[in-house]
Design a protein around this ligand. Structure first.
Ligand code: PMP
Length: 411
């Protein structure tokens, strides 16, 4: 029996996700690893088959009908991403493999002459490795300096320190909207405005925000914003990078190849306009098309409803888990998304994860691709339960029972 919510009919929603109705190690699956990747509704699964059964062909270059249909479907999906982020123009949406590729694209293009020795790039103490390493590459290549906005024990960025790091040397700021490891929601609108005051451009890593809350890139005034489809109930291998038109025009191409050119001779090539300039080669067409279907699905539920329900679930889980003996939370920011990172006193997170798995409960254990955060707390890792709208209060209870079992076996 599943508790319903005033906004969403959770029991009915769960019917949309075939994978949730299986047993893992003989127990009903409790999937609490949504920050790593979300499950896919039947609508999305059907759209994948439908694409291959009806319109599969290469896009943008065929005169035949299938190619035109596949192109139209792919471009319709771009329009859905535009609307989802409230970008002004569809060609400000670049399809990439996901957040990792988007950040590599921006960092690598900036490295072709736009960032110079002595320029400063700011990231934060809360970043995923994919928003650290590409900037280290860029600094190594250009002589720019990487600086880090610090955080407090609660996992909140220190905004005073941020303001004092900003100067006319700051050329770029790259921060996440929501931390995958701790769930902190960062005040990105305010931080973007402050970066703009010193003339810096800002990229927001929206991997953990776009699936859980409405995002409006124009209201935020973000220069770049990126997300991955697999975290918003869509396929893997596709994501999007939003960039303001005039900035995308300024950036040199990322990869060379077919699709991204206007003319090619052996002496020189000229490049296609946006968005194709950044989309070399045959893309993941099916995933691009189906990303649009995933966006339709979350819109039918309503992003506001999803956010409200997940907040309710987060409060419930936090309250119940607070009463659990030996519970140590990491990340207790005032504004949080539906991620709870924790350890059981004196027990290695990995050992807890293995026992929970035997009970059918999927959580993440480890550093969550955010090793500097673990170093900050001086721990090897955490156990992370991350919730989606198909999770229930009953599943929180099952998690607690599993934790009690793990504690009894391991302490
Ligand atoms: N940033 C954040 C905050 C993330 O949570 C993730 C995925 N865990 C990424 C970046 C990387 O996303 P992807 O692996 O889909 O490129």
């Amino acid at each position: 029996m599943v508790s319903d919510n005033a906004l969403l009919h959770i029991e009915k929603i769960r019917e949309d996700f075939p994978i949730l109705h299986q047993k893992i190690n003989g127990q009903p699956l409790v999937y609490l690893d949504n920050a790593a990747s979300t499950q896919k509704p039947r609508l999305v699964l059907d759209a994948i088959t439908d694409y291959y059964q009806t319109i599969n062909s290469n896009i943008h270059r065929g005169v035949h009908l299938l190619s035109q249909k596949a192109t139209d479907a792919y471009e319709l999906s771009r329009e859905k991403v535009r609307a989802h982020l409230n970008a002004e123009k569809a060609h400000e949406i670049i399809f990439t493999r996901g957040v990792t590729e988007s950040i590599n694209l921006v960092a690598s293009s900036l490295g072709k002459g736009l960032i110079k020795k002595g320029d400063e790039i700011l990231i934060s103490a809360l970043e995923h490795h994919s928003n650290i390493v590409p900037w280290q590459f860029l600094c190594a290549q250009s002589g720019a300096i990487l600086k880090v906005i610090p955080m407090n024990e609660k996992g909140e960025l220190l905004l005073e320190a941020y303001r004092s790091l900003l100067s006319d040397k700051t050329k770029f700021v790259a921060i996440n909207h929501v931390s995958n490891a701790l769930g902190t929601v960062n005040p990105v609108k305010e931080m973007i405005a402050q970066a703009h005051d010193v003339g810096a451009w800002v990229l927001i890593d929206g991997a953990q925000s776009v699936p859980h809350m409405p995002v409006d890139v124009q209201a935020l005034d973000a220069d770049f914003y990126t997300f991955s489809a697999h975290k918003i109930y869509g396929p893997t291998g596709i994501g999007a990078l939003y960039g303001k038109e005039h900035l995308l025009e300024l950036l040199p191409p990322y990869q060379g190849g077919g699709e991204m050119i206007s003319t090619v001779t052996f002496e020189e090539s000229t490049y296609a306009g946006l968005p194709h300039k950044f989309e070399a080669g045959t893309p993941n067409i099916e995933a691009g098309v189906v990303l649009g279907t995933a966006i339709d699905y979350v819109h039918a539920l309503g992003l506001e409803n999803i956010a409200a329900y997940e907040q309710e679930l987060l409060r419930y889980a936090h309250q119940k888990m607070s009463a659990f003996e030996g519970m140590e939370f990491y990340g207790t920011a005032q504004h949080k998304a539906s991620v709870i990172s924790f350890n059981l006193k004196g027990i290695h997170p990995y050992d807890v994860g293995v026992i929970l798995d035997k009970l059918g409960i999927a959580v993440r254990t480890g550093h969550h691709c955010a090793q500097p955060i673990m170093d900050f707390y001086n721990i090897p890792g955490t156990i992370r339960a991350s919730f989606a709208f198909y999770n229930t209060k009953e599943e929180v209870e099952i998690l607690l029972k599993g934790l009690a079992k793990a504690r009894a076996m391991l302490s």
